[in-house]
Ligand binder design. Structure first.
Ligand SMILES: Cc1ncc(C[n+]2csc(CCOP(=O)(O)OP(=O)(O)O)c2C)c(N)n1
Length: 626
C-alpha cells in the first residue's frame, strides 16, 4: 500500500514503519480531526501532505492556507465551533502565527486543537534555528515533545485530550530528527470526525476587547495551574533508568542520544525524560534531581529545561549542582546534538576517559570525504528561475541592490548568477527593498517567489505603493511552492486536496494593491523578458514583473506522464567559439565545460528549455529536429 493509504487504512493493532511526520498524520486520523490546515515548511511538510492525499476519503477538511497565521486562525475557528483541528508548520511559521497564538491562548477552544511546530536545529533547511519551546512559555499553552515516531502519534492524541480538558490549544513540538526519522508505529482505533460544528456565542470569551482580555488573562493563568498539575502526574514524564552516579534530565530527540551515551560510557546514570514540557513539572523534577549531587541537562538549542530545572531546585531548596549549557557549557547551545557530544559531556562531568577513539573515527571520515561527489545546492537544469536571474542580471548588472527571499530562487546567490544581496525571512525581500531604496535614493530590485508573494509580500508591496518606494518586484512565478515539495497556492487554481479553486492572479493582486506598472513575461523568452524588465526598472515608483514559467521538474514529470518527448539540444562544435558565455553567465548544470574549454550538453540532464540556445552569441546551440 502507498504510505497515505497505510495511514488511512491501517487497522488497530497493526504496526508500520513510518516517518515521525507520517505518524503524526496517523494521530490526526485516529483523533477524528475534522479540520487540518497548514502552510508548508520543512521539516513539517509531510504531515499535511499525507493528510491532503487522504483527506476527502477520511472525511477531513484539509487546506493549504496562505500563511501560518491564517492556518492557525482557520484551525482555531473550527475548534471554537466544536470540530477537532490540527495545524502544522515549521518553527519560523509560528513567528508568523504568533499574533494569533498569543490571544488565542486567552479565548481558547471548545474542541481539541493541536498546533504542531517542527523545529530545525542546525538549520538544515531554515534561515534560523530558534527554539519554539519558548513559545509555550510565552503564550502559556501546554506543550508536549516526542522522542520517536510512535510517541509522535501517541502524543498527538494526548495533545488533543489535554486541549479538550483545558479548553486551550496544545503545542506539539517536533524537530527534524523526529519528523524525518522512521520507526515502528503501532496503530490504534480511529474516531470519526465531527461533520458539522456549532457556534455558541459567548462575547466575553471570544471577543478580546481590553475589558474581556483582562479577565481572560486570569482565566489562562488558572488553566496554566491546572495544566501544571497535569504535567506533574503525567505518564509522559518518566524515569527511564534508575542510576546512582549522576542524574540526567532530557526530552525529545535528545533522549535517544542520552540512552546511547549512557550505555557506551558505563556511567550509572538515572534518566528522567520530560514529555510534557510546558508547564514544567517542577515538583517531579526536583524530586528526581534531589537524589543526586550532580544533574546533567541534555537538550538541543536553548537551555529551556535547564532554566526550569534550576528554578525547580531553587523552589524546593535543594542544592543539587546543575550542568548543561549555562555554566560549564558542557552541551552546546547551537546545532544538533549527537551521541558523541552527549558522551563527551557525560565523560567530562564524571571525569572519565572517552570510551571511543574519536580521533580514529575523524581520520576515517577525512579519508572518505574526497570520494564523495561534491553536491552544491544549485538550481535544477532548465529551472525558469535561472532564466529570470539571467535577465535581471543582464538589465541591472552588479549595480542595483537585489533583495531576495525564501524559496528555490534563494539559490540565485550562487555563481555565475549571483543575484541576492539580503535575505531575512519570507516576504522580507519587498520590505527590505523599501528601506534600502530609501536609504540609497535609488531603485532596488526585490526577488520573490509566487507562494511567498501570497504568504507575506503583499502588505510590503502596498507599503511601497503608499509610500512611493522606487522598487521593482520580480515575482518568480513557477506555479508551485517548489522548495517544500510542490504544494499548491492561490495562484494555481487548485486546492490542497486536488479540487479546483478560484485562481488568484499575482498581476491582478499587484494592480489591486495600486501598482501602476505591472508586467507578465515568460522567462524562457529571453529577448522579450529583457526588454520588459528594462522598462520596468525605468519607471517612476514601484513596478512588478511576474516571470511566469512552470517549475521544470513538474513540467518534465507531466511530459513524461503524457509521453511527450522533450526537445533535445546540442552544441555545434564548429560554430562554438568557446567564449564560455553559456557556462560563465548562465551556468545551467546540463552544460558541461571540458578542461580544453569546449562545452557540451549532458543529454541526461538537459530538460530542453532552449534558453541556452537563445543566449549563445554565435548560434552554436541548436535544437535537434525529429
Ligand atoms: C514562515 C515560513 N514558512 C515556511 C517556510 C518554508 N518555505 C521556504 S521557501 C517556501 C516557499 C517557496 O515557494 P515559492 O515562493 O513559490 O518559491 P519556489 O520555491 O517555488 O521557487 C516555503 C514555504 C519558511 N521558510 N518560512
Amino acid at each position: 500500500m502507498p504510505r497515505p493509504e497505510v495511514i488511512l487504512r491501517g487497522r488497530p493493532g497493526e504496526r508500520y514503519l513510518l516517518l515521525g511526520n507520517e505518524a503524526v498524520a496517523r494521530g490526526i486520523i485516529e483523533a477524528g480531526v475534522g479540520v487540518m490546515t497548514t502552510y508548508p515548511g520543512t521539516p513539517s511538510s509531510e504531515i499535511a501532505d499525507t493528510i491532503s492525499a487522504i483527506a476527502r476519503e477520511a472525511g477531513i477538511y484539509m487546506e493549504y492556507s496562505t500563511n501560518e497565521k491564517v492556518a492557525v486562525e482557520t484551525a482555531a475557528g473550527a475548534a471554537i465551533c466544536g470540530v477537532r483541528s490540527a495545524t502544522c508548520m515549521k518553527h519560523v511559521g509560528l513567528n508568523v502565527a504568533s499574533d494569533a497564538l498569543m490571544t488565542l491562548a486567552y479565548v481558547g477552544v471548545r474542541a481539541g486543537m493541536v498546533i504542531i511546530t517542527a523545529d530545525d536545529p542546525n538549520c538544515w533547511s531554515s534561515q534560523n534555528e530558534q527554539d519554539n519551546r519558548y513559545y509555550a512559555m510565552l503564550s502559556g499553552l501546554p506543550c508536549l515533545e516526542p522522542s520517536t515516531p510512535q510517541e509522535a502519534k501517541d502524543m498527538f492524541l494526548q495533545a488533543i485530550d489535554i486541549s479538550e480538558r483545558l479548553e486551550l490549544p496544545c503545542l506539539l513540538r517536533m524537530v527534524t530528527r523526529v519528523s524525518h526519522t522512521r520507526g515502528p508505529v503501532l496503530f490504534g482505533p480511529r474516531e470519526k470526525p465531527v461533520e458539522k460544528g456549532h457556534f455558541k456565542r459567548d462575547v466575553a470569551r471570544f471577543v478580546m476587547v481590553p475589558a474581556h482580555a483582562r479577565v481572560r488573562h486570569r482565566v489562562l493563568l488558572e488553566r496554566m495551574r491546572a495544566a501544571k498539575e497535569m504535567a506533574e502526574s503525567s505518564g509522559l514524564n518518566k524515569v527511564i533508568r534508575e542510576g546512582s552516579e549522576v542524574g540526567i534530565i532530557t526530552s525529545g530527540v535528545a533522549l535517544n542520544y542520552v540512552v546511547e551515551a549512557v550505555e557506551k560510557s558505563g556511567v550509572d546514570a538515572g534518566i528522567l525524560k520530560i514529555g510534557f514540557i510546558h508547564p514544567f513539572p517542577r515538583r517531579l523534577v526536583a524530586d528526581f534531581a534531589s537524589r543526586y549531587d550532580d544533574v546533567l541537562v541534555v537538550e538541543e538549542l536553548e537551555p529551556y529545561l535547564e532554566l526550569n530545572v534550576l528554578a525547580a531546585l531553587q523552589e524546593a531548596g535543594f542544592r543539587t549542582r546543575v550542568h548543561g549549557k549555562l555554566r560549564a557549557e558542557l552541551i552546546p547551545r547551537y546545532g544538533e546534538l549527537s551521541t558523541r557530544l552527549v558522551l563527551k559531556a557525560l565523560c567530562d562531568l564524571t571525569k572519565r576517559p572517552l570510551p571511543v577513539d574519536f580521533k580514529a573515527v575523524d581520520e576515517r571520515v577525512k579519508q572518505a570525504e574526497p570520494l564523495l561527489p561534491p553536491r552544491p545546492p544549485i538550481l535544477c537544469p532548465g529551472c525558469p528561475h535561472r532564466a529570470s536571474f539571467f535577465v535581471i542580471k543582464r538589465v541591472v548588472g552588479e549595480k542595483a541592490v537585489c533583495t531576495t527571499d525564501i524559496g528555490c530562487y534563494a539559490l540565485g546567490i550562487q555563481p555565475p548568477l549571483k543575484v541576492g544581496d539580503v535575505l531575512i525571512c519570507m516576504g522580507a525581500s519587498v520590505g527590505t527593498a523599501c528601506g534600502i531604496s530609501k536609504a540609497l535614493g535609488e531603485r532596488v530590485v526585490a526577488v520573490v517567489g509566487d507562494s511567498t508573494f501570497f504568504h507575506a509580500a503583499i502588505p510590503a508591496l502596498i507599503n511601497a505603493v503608499y509610500n512611493g518606494h522606487p522598487i521593482t518586484v520580480a515575482v518568480l512565478d513557477n506555479l508551485t511552492t517548489a522548495m517544500t515539495g510542490g504544494q499548491p497556492h492561490p495562484g494555481m487554481g487548485v486546492r490542497g486536496t486536488g479540487e479546483p479553486g478560484k485562481r488568484v492572479l499575482i498581476e491582478e493582486v499587484a494592480r489591486g494593491c495600486g501598482v501602476e506598472h505591472v508586467y507578465v513575461v515568460d522567462p524562457f523568452d529571453i529577448r522579450k523578458a529583457t526588454e520588459v524588465f528594462k522598462e520596468a526598472v525605468g519607471v517612476e515608483g514601484p513596478s512588478v514583473v511576474v516571470f511566469r514559467q512552470r517549475c521544470r521538474l513538474e513540467a518534465v514529470r507531466e511530459a513524461r506522464r503524457k509521453g511527450i518527448e522533450l526537445p533535445k539540444y546540442i552544441i555545434d562544435q564548429e560554430a562554438c567559439t568557446r567564449c564560455g558565455v553559456c557556462v560563465k553567465a548562465f551556468g545551467c548544470p546540463a552544460l558541461v565545460l571540458a578542461p580544453d574549454g569546449s562545452v557540451s550538453i549532458d543529454g541526461e540532464l538537459c530538460t530542453g528549455c532552449g534558453v541556452c540556445a537563445q543566449i549563445c552569441p554565435y548560434g552554436a546551440i541548436k535544437r535537434l529536429e525529429g
